[in-house]
Write a protein that binds this ligand. Structure first.
Ligand code: C5J
Length: 227
């Protein structure tokens, strides 16, 4: 018998099917979230992103305890920048860009300290880590193959930033046939208005890209399994 639980969400309850659901934690990287990182050096208030850490820890702990699949992503490029489109490199016309020296190593370059995932949510052995060169986690990665090989049809999505990499990934996932539940308290943006708008766009029009919910309801649903 399928083990499906209705989780409170907008625009309506999400039918959580843990056997076919993966947790996708997007870009919880030091350069985006930590004081002294590149995000803060650009003048952003990292506390707006750091509010996601505590609920994400609770969710990831429950998820792992239930033996479910968690996947992590990191935005970044090869050290030789051969996978960095020139359009992305020059966008913003700032004094420093991807590949330049930043406060935690070269900016958005794989292997640099700032590119890595924050210690609080560090991937456990065996949890896939997707290194993505774009905003969307499906673009130029093997994420879709990994999900298909594990029989995954649903994603619980968390991470940063709501309107950029989270939104792009959810749209990509939706077009590939995945149902996405995006967690309000585990997603964050440097711009509160964009966070709200990004989530509103996902759940609008009957859930045109997916559902929006809260991590506590997912943790409760996991706890009820087999109980
Ligand atoms: C992410 C970005 N992860 N904002 N990247 O959203 O450039």
């Amino acid at each position: 018998m399928p083990d499906i639980t209705a989780i409170a969400a907008l625009p309506y309850a999400f039918d959580f099917d843990p056997a076919h659901c993966a947790l996708l934690m997007i870009d919880m990287q030091r350069d985006f979230l930590e004081p002294g990182g590149f995000g803060e050096a650009l003048g952003n208030d990292v506390s707006l992103l750091r509010r996601t850490i505590a609920p994400s820890i609770r969710l990831l702990t429950a998820w792992r305890a239930a033996g479910l699949l968690a996947i992590h992503t990191r935005e970044g490029h090869r050290p030789d920048l051969s996978d960095l489109p020139e359009a992305k490199r020059v966008r913003g016309r700032g004094p420093v860009t991807i590949g330049d020296a930043g406060p935690m190593g070269r900016i958005l370059v794989r292997g640099e300290p700032g590119h890595d995932i924050i210690p609080e949510l560090y991937p456990a052995p065996g949890e896939p880590v997707i290194d993505k060169p774009g905003k969307g986690a499906f673009h130029a990665t093997d994420l879709h193959a990994i999900l298909q090989n594990r029989g995954i049809t649903q994603l619980v999505v968390t991470g940063v930033t709501t309107e950029v990499c989270v939104n792009t990934t959810v749209r990509e996932a939706n077009d590939r046939g995945y149902d996405c539940l995006v967690l309000e308290d585990c997603t964050g943006s440097y711009f509160p208005d964009f966070h709200a708008a990004g989530l509103a766009m996902i759940r609008a029009q009957g859930g045109i890209f997916g559902w929006v919910g809260q991590s506590a309801d997912v943790v409760t649903a996991i706890g009820r399994r087999g109980g």
